[in-house]
Design a protein around this ligand. Structure first.
Ligand code: GLN
Length: 199
């Protein structure tokens, strides 16, 4: 099969790599635009979205990643990666003027660090549309998806908040599926990446 890319600038990219490889997918770490050539899909990991965004500027990755999607590539953003996929981002720290650069590929409004300080990080079994048993979801300073556009399918909520959504061949999760041994969401993403899914 064609390789799956994992954006490897900062954050939990090694864990994504391991989970994808455990499913038999060849993985390529992506740092430069040329690394996107020939990929079946791209994972943007969790980490710190402002840092990843700054590195994407330094490495000239914004337009190439948008072009990759326009040419048929599937993209999955987890946590900070979901922030980077969203059309609108709220809750960016004031030292950055409250503004957060993003790819704006998914019709979502995402709010950063939305579960509040007291509940910084937690894990919970999550009912996911299409999965028969709950998924063990790890949330770390997680964003929530406050609004979804018409073409977006909601796949999971936690405490009423949207935490997993899909739009065509784009997938966004507030939580970190790579930090648990459960590979079902990685399998779902491979299906998106290896099947021709319209935007
Ligand atoms: N709070 C981080 C951000 O806003 C995301 C946290 C994560 O990816 N675990 O970028």
């Amino acid at each position: 099969p064609t390789p799956i890319g994992v954006l490897a600038l900062q954050g939990a990219f090694r864990e994504h790599r391991q989970r994808l490889e455990s499913l038999g997918a060849p993985v390529r770490e992506v740092r430069l635009p040329g690394d996107l050539v020939g990929l079946g899909g791209l994972v943007i990991p969790g980490g710190e979205s402002t840092t990843i965004a700054r590195l994407m500027t330094d490495f000239g990755l914004w337009a190439p990643v948008r072009d990759f999607h326009a040419a048929g590539g599937a993209i999955w953003g987890t946590c900070a990666g979901a922030i980077l996929l969203a059309r609108e981002v709220g809750g960016a720290p004031p030292q950055f003027g409250g503004h957060q650069d993003s790819l704006a590929l998914m019709d979502l409004t995402v709010r950063r660090n939305a579960f509040g300080r007291q509940v910084d990080s937690f894990h919970t079994p999550l009912d996911v549309r299409g999965l028969t048993a709950p998924f063990p979801a790890v949330f770390i300073r997680a964003p929530v998806i406050e609004r979804v556009g018409e073409g977006v399918e909601i796949l999971a909520r936690h405490a009423g908040q949207i935490v997993l959504a899909r739009q065509g061949r784009l997938l966004a999760s507030s939580f970190h599926p790579e930090l648990t041994p459960d590979a079902r969401l990685h399998a779902l993403f491979l299906e998106l990446a290896y099947t021709a899914v319209p935007a």
